[in-house]
Write a protein of this length. Structure first.
Length: 287
């Protein structure tokens, strides 16, 4: 289970090595937004070297409809990254196109076929919001869906994407919700977007806690200091584990029951499924 994905600028060897000690479940070496166009060639070389021998590092390439994306892939795939984060995906067809390129590059570099996973940022272009159902059965490489609001708000001409209280404004909360449902429909992980104020530890903890509450399985991070709070938020509490265990035990005792009583309340099969998920999550975290 991947709770935290930490973005690392791919043009900084110092930041790459510092990120290793942050405790993130996965790193995302960023060749897109955090690297100036003139620095991409050098960043690709740094990324290729850093990836050697690692199984927890992904690469965010540039949008698949750019020449930079193909250059990114040719530079890094020889070092077998764990996965590719695809920004500005217009629809699942972009993921299928990327999967085809990965097929060729895995074969060229003697990498196990299908090993390289894909996670698109699925809401950065307005048209993408109308095609999210396309991710269902799009490619076996699809590992998750994440979303972003910065490019989306720029595309529609918004002056901001958050209200005075710091919460997402309705258009961007809609994008977040659609990403969550699209991931569930496709049977992959839903990964919430970044919390940009890395100095606001309490705000991050609340946001990450709400993400897990809503059904997200992990979250993107933009600073090493955010990793601890994110990891903690996606671990079930002892009280949740205890309650889930009691629900499962209750249904084990009455396997034919559709509804049972516990603590003065009625629980049914959806409660059982949720309890099983909590226990599975707890086992994965422990492992």
């Amino acid at each position: 289970m991947t709770r935290s994905f930490l973005f690392v600028p791919a043009d900084s060897e110092r930041k790459m090595h510092k990120a290793v000690d942050a405790g993130a479940d996965a790193l995302i070496l960023d060749l897109e937004d955090s690297v100036a166009a003139g620095a991409r060639r050098a960043a690709r070389e740094l990324t290729r070297e850093f990836l050697v021998g690692r199984d927890d590092a992904w690469v965010r390439i540039n949008a698949i409809d750019t020449e930079d994306a193909i250059e990114d892939l040719h530079a890094v795939m020889q070092s077998a990254p764990a996965g590719i984060v695809l920004p500005k995906a217009r629809s699942a067809s972009d993921v299928v196109q990327l999967a085809t390129v990965l097929d060729e590059l895995e074969q060229a570099h003697n990498i196990e076929s299908g090993r390289t996973r894909i996670m698109p940022i699925c809401t950065e272009r307005p048209e993408a919001l109308f095609a999210l159902d396309g991710y269902i059965d799009s490619t076996p490489r699809l590992a998750g869906l994440s979303w972003g609001a910065e490019d989306l708000s720029t595309a529609v001409g918004a002056s901001t994407n958050r209200g005075n209280d710091g919460n997402w404004l309705p258009p961007y909360e809609l994008a977040r919700t659609l990403c969550l449902f699209a991931a569930a429909a496709a049977g992959v992980a839903a990964v919430d977007t970044v919390f940009t104020d890395f100095r606001d530890v309490d705000g991050l903890a609340r946001y990450a806690g709400n993400a897990r509450r809503d059904g997200f399985t992990g979250m993107l991070a933009i600073h090493p200091a955010q990793v601890g709070a994110i990891n903690a938020a996606f671990v079930p509490t002892l009280a949740e584990i205890d309650r889930a265990g009691r629900i499962v035990a209750l249904f084990d005792e009455s396997p034919d029951a559709g509804t049972l009583a516990m603590d003065g309340k009625m629980i049914d099969r959806p409660h059982l499924v949720q309890a099983q998920r909590i226990l599975q999550l707890a086992r994965k975290v422990q492992a």
